[in-house]
Design a protein around this ligand. Structure first.
Ligand code: NAP
Length: 273
């Protein structure tokens, strides 16, 4: 989902991105990564490959960590070997969600799920392997090239006139088109380290669902429930709004605008190649 938008955003500003699918490059294969960077000689590597099945990572944490932890470190090390910097997307799930004021970059991490732990392992591996790194935590992604909450809601509304959505998880839904452009902007400055980059504003999943139907002009009632009523293997942070303490953060548009752009893009193109 994010990878295709990064490819597009990079091309838009004049870079020459080389986008590799999993079938072309497995990030757990160090030798293949080394070969790829020698072949392509990138100036920067943006690692959009990840194990993103949050619930699946509860039962398969070791496999998730192989990709999100060791794999991420491999990418950063391979980039360093050819003098390239690395952009590493990470997640609000490295936090426990107990802090209602939101989280800035230096706040203490404390993941509560296998996925969150695997992503934190990746942050640490990337920082250790390549000093020229941008670790960019974002949240609640939706984009036209992947399965996401907006599509789930619109799909459900096709066969029912009401849905039930959790109201006690608050975060920042972020359009991958906006995030991708933000990641590419980072390449212009040497502000290495951890960055928080999510859409402006905040909402619960319930609020998000209401706004999706509102903007899409779909008549579907949204009822609310609490997370404990939804039995899912992985716990999610209750409050994971990402804020930045940086002097010059890359600010993304508000999530309402991200949703509007997403719906417009979706109406124009099914999948962006
Ligand atoms: N989605 C969110 O809400 C969210 C929120 C915050 C941060 N993030 C982070 O943002 C990044 C992009 O997420 P996304 O939602 O765009 O993910 P996505 O759509 O699930 O894409 C992940 C890609 O990684 C590939 N992949 C998995 N294992 C691989 C391996 N060993 N080698 C090479 N490729 C591999 C997957 O291939 P297959 O499809 O073939 O498995 C898939 O194409 C990730 O780092 C994620 O942790 C996501």
């Amino acid at each position: 989902m994010l990878g295709r938008d990064v490819e597009h955003a990079a091309r838009e500003v004049g870079h020459e991105p080389i986008a590799l699918a999993r079938s072309e490059l497995d990030i757990t294969d160090r030798a293949a990564l080394e070969q790829a960077v020698i072949e392509h000689r990138p100036g920067a590597v943006v690692n959009c490959a990840a194990w993103t099945n949050v619930d699946g990572a509860e039962e398969h944490e070791a496999e998730a960590t192989e990709v999100n932890g060791a794999g991420a470190g491999n990418v950063a090390a391979a980039a360093a070997a050819v003098g390239a910097s690395v952009v590493h997307p990470s997640t609000d799930y490295v936090f426990d969600g107990a802090r209602e004021e939101g989280y800035v970059e230096s706040d203490e991490v404390n993941p509560i799920s296998g996925y969150g732990r695997s992503k934190l392992a990746g942050e640490r591996a990337v920082a250790a392997a390549n000093p020229r790194h941008w670790i960019v935590r974002s949240s609640w992604l939706f984009g036209v090239n992947g399965r996401n909450f907006v599509e789930t809601m619109l799909g459900l509304a096709q066969d029912r006139d009401e849905v039930v959505v959790v109201r006690d998880q608050v975060g920042c839904p972020t359009y991958t088109g906006h995030l991708a452009a933000g990641l590419v902007r980072l390449l212009d400055a040497e502000q290495y380290g951890v960055h928080h980059m999510a859409s402006g504003g905040r909402c619960s999943w319930y609020d998000f669902a209401v706004e999706i139907f509102n903007q899409a002009g779909v008549d579907c009632r949204v009822l609310s429930m609490t997370s404990d009523m939804l039995e899912r293997p992985a716990p999610r942070p209750a409050f994971s709004v990402l804020l930045s303490e940086r002097a010059h953060p890359v600010l993304l548009p508000d999530w309402h605008d991200g949703l509007a752009e997403y719906l417009a893009e979706r109406a124009g193109t099914e999948v962006r190649a």
